[in-house]
Design a protein around this ligand. Structure first.
Ligand code: SF4
Length: 233
């Protein structure tokens, strides 16, 4: 699979995003899933998928700690593109056990606790979202953070055992917003209030202009640890 990923990475480099999506949709029918966090990049891809091929499954993970604005955006996006966004929840008994033992805001106490929470609320549900699929579409970009600066268009994800496709890997932030404005793509209003990257409400803060756009995520940690584990590198 790793060799296949490298071959596809070279082969598909110069295609348009719509062509890349169609390629995987044709090669792996019913086995392509796009996971959206409802962030700006993911909204671009939702728009592209809605225009290209609605057979690609669209999934979002509801951690139970999202901003109200994110829930409203899910509704607006479904309505705008006439699509269904499938919502995956964490295992309720795992969440109950975690918060009853460690507290509802355990993530501020240690990196270990924060990772436990991300594991229960995001990683385990992601595994269920990817079950039965061969291709995982993502909205990652190289210049989002120091942890993402070497991603490629197609990679093999050894953790989840699927082909991971990052169609926006070489897009800039400006390109994302130009597309959103030109195509009138719905987006989270928090982006206009200095939240360039939006995740769970207790783990997301505003970011000063010019700083790493993911620096508001788990802002109390070192930059190297600021990933939830969905995208292991
Ligand atoms: S981002 Fe925060 S609230 Fe969300 S799953 Fe991770 S630790 Fe838990």
């Amino acid at each position: 699979m790793k060799e296949l990923a490298n071959t596809l990475n070279d082969k598909l480099q110069n295609l348009k995003i719509s062509e890349i999506l169609m390629y995987f949709s044709n090669e792996y029918p019913e086995q392509v899933v796009f996971t959206t966090s409802m962030g700006a990049e993911d909204q671009v891809l939702t728009s592209k998928i809605a225009k290209t091929d609605k057979s690609i499954k669209i999934v979002t993970l509801d951690t139970g700690r999202l901003f109200q604005e994110t829930y409203e955006l899910i509704q607006r996006t479904e309505s705008k593109f006439n699509i269904k966004i499938n919502i995956i929840f964490p295992n309720n008994s795992s969440v109950e056990k975690m918060v009853n033992v460690k507290g509802v805001n355990l993530f501020y106490d240690s990196i270990e606790n924060r990772k436990l929470c991300c594991n229960i609320r995001k990683i385990e549900p992601l595994k269920r979202a990817l079950e039965g699929n061969k291709v995982w579409i993502n909205g990652l970009r190289r210049d989002q953070s120091t942890t993402r600066n070497n991603i490629n268009l197609v990679e093999f994800d050894e953790v989840t055992n699927v082909l991971k496709v990052n169609p926006l890997y070489n897009w800039t932030n400006e390109m994302v917003w130009e597309y959103i404005k030109n195509e009138k793509v719905p987006y989270n209003p928090l982006h206009d209030k200095n939240y360039p990257s939006i995740g769970c409400q207790p783990c997301t803060s505003t970011v000063e202009h010019g700083k790493d756009i993911r620096s508001g995520r788990w802002w109390w940690e070192n930059p190297e640890t600021r990933e939830c584990g969905l995208h292991k590198r």
